[in-house]
Design a protein around this ligand. Structure first.
Ligand code: URP
Ligand code: ZN
Ligand code: ZN
Ligand code: ZN
Length: 496
């Protein structure tokens, strides 16, 4: 043997975002090397029988917060456990967020995240960077991150007043710099001032439990900020990506903006598509607190289905999880005051199954749209397609063998995450990951994980993603405002 890793996936149906076809897939040394019917078995190749299975690009989770220090504690899924769980669920790449404290260096925070994640990740990953304050240093560092460190997306918070929140003026500056350096502006769209006032009001009314979290920041608070972000992004001709779209009202804003021709993308998350906020009214405090995240899961039970319809029809574009997990004893920091409950839910392991169940099994989307919203669109928007997000010769061998006919029941008792509950507990999902291949190696097969900390690599993303920036650049050329050429006014002018 020559030491090369060879895998032949035989007899499956390859599913890309644009078409499906029966084919074998041959993997060699971390890349997809050949695609075709009845491929010859190369010497020493591991054979995977994919009869009656789908062979898809591995999932890309656009939104995670592994081991994030947040609201006085630290998320329990670290980069090792979190990426291990991702692989068990069919996700082969995560995109996490560097979140610097106000007034501190973005570059130093980025370096810190890299040195934390690099030795632990079991799958490939990439980093968005948050802009939590504004100044010349931030502007300079955004340019360096985009040009030299493979960061083409920056998240701006419109919520978390006095912690991460930016003013409209600062958003304008940050969006302008995103466009300058070829990045995508991401927003956490909620009106932070209204949340702060709403929270005071709820506490004054004696509402201290998890239901107060949603009641102080209803849908309109999310929709208003979403519209404001769309307006500011349009004013500076900057592409916009709305993270964690959680309500019907905010989703409508994104959808309308797209119909108005704006370069805007909306990201619903597994939690918002698979469950709802009614749980926050549960009599058992610990049960209710598990579902607290921002923006909140909505108590309107028709929300998940509505978000899925929009996702199926391209009003919303891509899916993440916002995986930011706090165990019940951590959530209990807010046992007497909902504003102190650490915000965040699970999802990284279950996103692929939840979206298959609620999207494909329900008949709302087909298998190709499923690949688009779980993988390809992320790779296109964030500029690493077709390196990932496609089963094609030369692409990275991040591959998922999927059984659409089997079912599994989601439970904290069987999941691989560190958190001590699962918000999807008891959900029966059609669509089961059978084999996950990461960087050309089988890392999960029929319930067995074979992962190694540090086996994943950082995926740098060049600026000016064509998928996003072609339109932006053209508009910059042809949509500049022009003055009316006229004779100077020669009449009387009053004196003041
Ligand atoms: O509740 C949430 N979403 N926690 C993580 C931080 C964020 O805003 O994404
Ligand atoms: Zn957020
Ligand atoms: Zn419940
Ligand atoms: Zn988040």
């Amino acid at each position: 043997m020559d030491g090369r890793t060879r895998i032949l996936i035989r007899g499956g149906k390859v599913v890309n975002e644009d078409l499906s076809f029966m084919s074998d897939v041959y993997i060699e040394n971390g890349k997809i090397a050949d695609i075709g019917r009845n491929l010859k078995v190369p010497a020493g190749a591991q054979i995977i029988d994919a009869t009656n299975m789908l062979v898809m690009p591995g999932g890309i989770d656009t939104h995670t917060h592994m081991e994030l220090a947040f609201m006085g504690t630290k998320a329990v899924d670290d980069f090792y456990i979190g990426t291990k769980a991702a692989l068990a669920g069919g996700t082969t790449m995560i995109m996490d967020f560097v979140i610097p404290q106000k007034g501190t260096s973005l570059l130093e925070a980025y370096d810190r995240w890299r040195s934390t994640a690099d030795p632990k990740v079991c799958c490939d990953y990439s980093l968005h960077v948050a802009v939590t304050w504004w100044g010349e240093q931030v502007k300079r560092e955004m340019a360096t991150l985009a040009a030299e460190q493979g960061v083409n997306s920056f998240k701006m918070f419109m919520a978390y007043k006095d912690v991460f929140m930016l003013s409209d003026q600062e958003l304008y500056s940050a969006f302008s710099q995103c466009k300058e350096v070829g990045a995508i502006a991401q927003v956490h769209a909620e009106n932070g001032d209204l949340i702060a006032e709403g929270a005071k009001k709820m506490l004054a009314l004696g509402i201290t439990g998890p239901e107060g979290h949603e009641m102080c920041r209803p849908e309109a608070v999310e929709a208003e900020a979403t519209q404001r972000a769309v307006t500011i992004a349009h004013a500076v001709n900057c592409p916009l990506y709305v993270v964690h779209v959680m309500s019907k009202s905010a989703a409508k804003v994104v959808s309308n903006a797209r119909r108005d021709g704006r370069v805007v993308f909306g990201e619903p998350i597994a939690a918002g598509l698979g469950t709802d906020g009614t749980h926050c009214w549960h009599k058992d405090w610990a049960h209710a607190a598990r579902f607290v995240m921002g923006p909140p899961l909505r108590p309107d039970p028709s929300t998940p289905g509505y978000l899925m319809d929009l996702l199926a029809n391209d009003d919303l574009s891509v899916t993440g999880t916002d995986n930011c997990t706090f165990s019940v004893c951590q959530k209990a920091l807010g046992k007497d005051d909902f504003t102190k409950i650490p915000n965040g839910v699970n999802g990284v392991e279950d996103r692929m199954s939840v979206i298959w169940e609620k999207g494909v099994h329900s008949g709302k989307m087909d298998e190709n749209r499923y690949v688009a919203v779980t993988s390809s669109n992320a790779a296109k928007i964030f500029n690493f397609y077709p390196q990932k997000g496609r089963i094609a010769t030369g692409s990275d061998a991040d591959v998922l063998v999927w059984d659409p006919n089997s079912t599994r029941t989601i439970s904290a008792s069987t999941h691989h995450q560190a958190v001590d509950y699962n918000i999807f507990e008891g959900m029966v999902c059609h669509g089961v990951p059978v084999v996950t291949i990461s960087r050309g190696k089988v890392v999960y097969e029929r319930g067995e994980l074979a992962v190694k900390a540090g086996a994943g690599r950082f995926v740098p993303r060049p600026p000016f993603s064509e998928f996003v920036y072609k339109r932006v650049r053209q508009r910059e050329q042809v949509c500049q405002p022009t003055a009316v050429v006229r004779e100077p006014y020669r009449g009387k002018v009053i004196s003041l």
